[in-house]
Design a protein around this ligand. Sequence first.
Ligand code: GMT
Length: 373
Amino acid sequence: MRIGIVLYPTYGGSGIVATELGKELARIGHEVHFITYSQPVKLGGFKKNIHYHEVRVSDYPLFTYTPYELVLTSKLVNVVKYENLDLLHAHYAVPHASAAYMAKQILAEQGIQIPLITTLHGTDITLVGKDSSFQPVIEFAINNSDVITAVSESLKEDTLTYFEVEKSINVIPNFIHLKNYLKNPNLAVKTKYAPNGEKIITHISNFRKVKRIPDLVYAFDEINKEIPSVLLLIGDGPERNNVEELCRELNTCESIHFLGNIKYPQDVLQISDLFMLPSETESFGLAALEAMASGTPVVASKTGGIPEVVEDGVSGLLHEVGNIDGIVKNGITVLNNNEKFKEGALRKSQEFDLQSVLPKYLEVYESLLSEQR
Ligand code: GMT
């Protein structure tokens, strides 16, 4: 198959899942065309069957806002037409699914039929989708894609709650390549951050408000009083300055390290004793799955799709959103029973190995193409 993948190229989970899906499809022999505005962070170097088409937006003096969606649409039309694509897979509803729908209509006028699969990732529904300035476009894009997939049952439910959806939604969970996560931990790095055998607690996110990182910092401060620990914060985003200020206020900066974006987070997760994700909402929680696959148990909010990924009491412990005492209590319990939870985390992560999830996408692609013939 010749498959076009439209995605965000950044560190967000939707871009990571889309890139890993494309890389595996290419590895098993399909021709994959990534279409986005910059090289996807996880794409890596020169590989067989992988093509990258950059959407280049020029600044015209007339435009106050440069119309990325239109340039993307034109790019999609050209890539489908000249690379002879069999299908388009849009990750994230806006602007990817809506641009892909417009490209589909333009191509239809030229006698080219291109099936469109849209994967909903979460914030396109739970945050952006609720915003009335996007709602009609997202609803239209959902109803006019040939197939809709969502990354968790919870996201499917949210989509049905917020939108008038006429189509059925297939749940295909996120996945990871398990074999990339189980490596020997780098003990020299561990000693650098935890020279006196402190426990290592880790968080990874794009530092948006929805991640509730202050809850984590307050809870860490309490846990550290009971069990000497360090907190490694990975990622970057709008809340980082506030979080840095908070750790200065709490006088806990010595134990908190801001590491910024890291391409292979498993290197940090493998030396961690606990991963924390106190989000307000999370359609899936890919970072929690990455932690589990690295053998690191998770303490996270009982919200959205997280309970589908983190098995409460087995691969970690879940707390109500914003319950800082709950985070502290669960954190201490997991650190004191680390081996049991590590085992549970590894076991649960196996359900989400790429090898078990990929066939579900292939089945969708094949059934769409056979309808087309
Ligand atoms: O979590 C983010 O802020 C990034 C966002 C994205 O669009 O990449 O993540 C969403 O999609 C991920 C991949 O499907 C999910 O694992 C995240 O849970 C989801 N984020 C939220 O729902 C807040």
